[in-house]
Ligand binder design. Structure first.
Ligand SMILES: [Zn+2]
Ligand SMILES: [Zn+2]
Length: 220
């Protein structure tokens, strides 16, 4: 049910000034930031309303960038990562610059290319406390870090864990040249077994897997 206040009416959409881009409730938008022109604010439009004079306002639920959070940007945060905050404001619709897309983490990792309008969100963020939901995520590699989709990782063909080239004392280029990869731990186990040359499930023969997989290992 739409709330009605005296002299205000709810709108279903708003067309960004000077464009034919239509913003609807639930869409993500870039909003002009007075402090930082290069990094506009990102928000989810929760409602759109017009007053009697025809001024359009939107109720915005802010996305925070990692550097705007209390804990700051960490190594596993992606360049296009955003946190959906519990911080809302009412803003003039005129501050909307453009639309954008905030993907789920899974969908973001499957994008063929990341455009300027593509972002992703895997955490909700409490602006007052700096708390995150979920507070546990899958971790990978010897360094036990959550996955940063901007970082290349290589998969061990035996244990299926994913590793950062740097944590293996390799360069990204060296990693890309590999025909197969088995981590140190699995290699030392493997010496006790006859070598198996069957290719791993679904992987192209003779190439290491350099993408990301779903893991259930939980960070303590
Ligand atoms: Zn690592
Ligand atoms: Zn392994």
């Amino acid at each position: 049910m739409a709330k009605t206040r005296p002299g205000k009416r709810d709108l279903e959409s708003y067309t960004i000034r000077g464009t034919n881009k239509v913003v609807r409730v639930g869409d993500s938008v870039l909003m002009r930031s007075a402090e930082n022109e290069k990094n506009p604010y990102v928000a989810r439009v929760e409602s759109i309303e017009a007053d009697v004079k025809g001024n359009v306002k939107v109720r915005a639920r802010w996305y925070y960038r990692p550097e705007e959070s209390i804990g700051g940007r960490r190594q596993f945060h992606g360049i296009k990562e955003l946190f959906l905050s519990d911080h809302y404001d009412v803003q003039s619709a005129h501050t909307i610059e453009d639309k954008c897309i905030v993907h789920t983490f899974k969908n973001y990792t499957k994008l063929d290319g990341v455009g300027p309008e593509d972002y992703f969100c895997r955490f909700e963020y409490k602006a007052a406390t700096g708390g995150f939901t979920p507070d546990r995520v899958a971790v990978y590699c010897k360094c036990e870090m959550p996955y940063n989709p901007d970082d290349l990782m290589v998969q061990c063909e035996a244990c299926k864990d994913w590793y950062h080239p740097a944590c293996l004392n390799m360069t990204v280029e060296q990693t890309k040249q590999l025909d197969s990869f088995t981590c140190d731990e699995c290699s030392s186990l493997d010496r006790k077994r006859p070598p198996s040359r069957t290719s791993a499930s679904g992987l192209p023969n003779g190439k290491v897997n350099l993408k990301q997989a779903e893991h259930k290992r939980q960070k303590k």
